[in-house]
Design a protein around this ligand. Structure first.
Ligand code: G6Q
Length: 539
């Protein structure tokens, strides 16, 4: 891969710096007043997602300059490299080919000369056959009773995606099947998850790419003891399946290879919810709907790969993120879904974004001299409005927001969806336009209180409006953010596909764990030593 110059050395970057000084003092009130059609012109649509980005602190010139920067960074070629299965994960010399997970049967994508789409569909077919048996009550446990409860055991990328997707698509899920997700090594997670479950009708899906992750293996062993304790050791085969790339470890754990669903090195954990890691999702919603999910992502993939940057949703979101992050000092990005089913979407995105772009070193190994990934966070609306929105409206920090909403509710209840959406539209409007001192005074507010009731406005947001929360809509949203994050990574010249910080965590605890058991003097810094001693005395 070509070594990129530091961003600050690019004329396109300098042009943006000069331009930012002009845009910063502009108010969205002014930008909207100048152009009565701004709301329609600063909008784009793809894969069922309508993006209104007019309430951003940008002009046409800003977009032109941001696109020029993307071109200078070779974004088009980087997108092609990713889609063609090149080793875009440069530190691990691997492809990052989650787009192949949703490629259509018959499409041709090769990694190191080997065709992969055929294998992807072979696994999808096996998953479908298995999911159908479970859904039909034909997959029975060791006592002959059909499996009715599914316990997904995994962590990080092997948990957040499936846990988010299960909640997001609950409307489409079989209600006679129950799903639980166990991730934390804290025994409370497992204990509470199985408290009211009967092992005789429970299927455990152990999801782990490596099959060596401490938390997952501990929880999997607890699950095995729970099943074996109630039904005997022989029951394990009927009550466990594995999703992994590590067949040898799966076998060692005692899971029959016939009950293992594979995936590949080129699928990163946080990009894996549409691989076999999504087995729980497929059991919940059925293979046909799972394919709709893939179809939604595929539509967004094709758009990302082919649409001009000016109308390319993931590119636009990525460029805007860079704009606020680097030219306005915005340290965080809020994601606010106005749909209760998307309650875990912000948590899922947190990993997707922050594990991908939480990096400080370029592909070439140099220190990145500017800020990279902002902190992603959020909660569903309208709940957030009654808590942290205060800061969004009147705090001293700028927090760019993504509002995600749907035109039709999956659970129409009187006028509640209109009420929800009235809040959705009102919030973006209030953030953008605020309320001036004159307006506050005109309302007759006493002078003493007036400054407290002023809303500066000029707070940027994107509005993502979709028709309904279908599996395809979720797939499109997931791919939209994946590719927006990729775009940001390309601009910053960092590798979004490794995670050495997470790997570190996996090693550190392993060193201390034996010290908590023993009596030997802990050999760390004075703080860690004292804490370990206190813990040992009191545990
Ligand atoms: C994801 C990360 C990380 C990973 C978990 C679980 O991109 O690498 O969150 O998914 O640590 O790893 P295993 O699937 O190997 O258990």
């Amino acid at each position: 891969m070509k070594i990129q110059p530091p961003l600050r050395d690019l004329p396109e970057w300098n042009a943006l710096e000069t331009h930012a000084a002009v845009v910063r003092p502009l108010h969205l009130r002014e930008l909207f007043a100048r152009d009565p059609r701004r709301g329609e012109r600063f909008a784009a649509e793809a894969a069922g997602v309508y993006l209104d980005y007019s309430k951003n602190r940008v002009t046409e010139e800003t977009l032109r300059l941001l696109v020029a920067l993307a071109e200078a960074r070779g974004l088009r070629a980087r997108i092609e490299a990713m889609f063609r299965g090149e080793a875009v994960n440069t530190t691990e010399q691997r492809a990052a080919l989650h787009v192949a997970l949703r490629a259509e049967r018959g499409e041709k994508i090769a990694v190191d000369g080997a065709e992969v789409v055929g294998e992807v569909h072979a696994v999808l077919d096996r998953m479908a056959a298995f999911a159908r048996r479970v859904r039909a009550g034909e997959w029975t446990g060791s006592t002959g009773r059909p499996v009715r409860r599914v316990l997904n055991i995994g962590i990080g990328g092997s948990d957040l995606g499936p846990a988010m997707a299960y909640r997001a698509l609950r409307h489409y899920a079989r209600r006679d099947l129950q799903f639980r997700f166990v991730s934390n090594v804290d025994g409370t997670d497992f204990t509470e998850a199985v408290r009211d479950l009967d092992p005789a009708e429970t299927l455990c899906i152990v999801c782990s790419k490596t099959f060596t992750t401490l938390e997952t293996m501990r929880n999997a062993r607890s699950a095995r003891a729970w099943v074996a304790g109630a039904l005997g050791e022989d029951a394990v085969a009927r009550h466990f399946v594995a999703v992994s790339t590590n067949a040898a470890e799966v076998k060692r754990f005692g899971i029959d290879e016939a009950n293992m669903f594979g995936f590949w090195e080129w699928v990163g954990g946080r990009y894996s919810m549409e691989s076999a890691i999504g087995l729980s999702t497929m059991i919940a919603i059925g293979p046909e709907r799972f394919h709709e999910l893939l179809g939604g992502s595929r539509a967004m993939d094709r758009h990302f790969r082919s649409a001009p940057f000016e109308r390319n949703l993931p590119v636009l979101l990525g460029l805007l993120a860079v704009w606020y992050n680097n030219f306005f000092g915005a340290a965080t990005q809020a994601v606010l879904p106005y749909d209760q089913y998307l309650e875990r979407f912000p948590a899922y995105l947190q990993q997707l974004a922050m594990e991908s772009n939480g990096k400080g070193v370029t592909h070439g190994g140099a220190r990145v001299e500017i800020d990279t990934c902002p902190v992603y966070w959020g909660e569903p609306g309208t709940n957030g409005q009654h808590s942290f929105f205060q800061l969004l409206h009147q705090g001293t920090r700028m927090v760019p927001c993504d509002f995600i909403g749907f035109c039709r509710s999956l659970n129409p209840l009187g006028d509640q969806h209109d009420l929800l959406m009235a809040n959705f539209f009102a919030q973006t409007e209030a953030l953008a336009f605020g309320k001036t001192l004159e307006e506050v005074r005109a309302e007759g507010v006493p002078e003493r209180l007036a400054p407290h009731k002023v809303f500066e406005g000029n707070r940027p947001s994107n509005t993502l409006l979709l028709d309904r929360l279908t599996p395809a809509a979720l797939g499109a949203l997931v791919a939209l953010y994946e590719h927006s994050i990729f775009t940001q990574g390309v601009l910053w010249d960092i590798n979004p596909f490794d995670q050495w910080g997470v790997e570190l965590g996996k090693v550190l605890a392993g060193r201390i764990a034996p010290e908590l058991e023993g009596t030997a003097r802990p050999e760390h810094d004075s703080s860690t030593n004292a804490l370990i001693r206190r813990y040992r005395e009191r545990k």
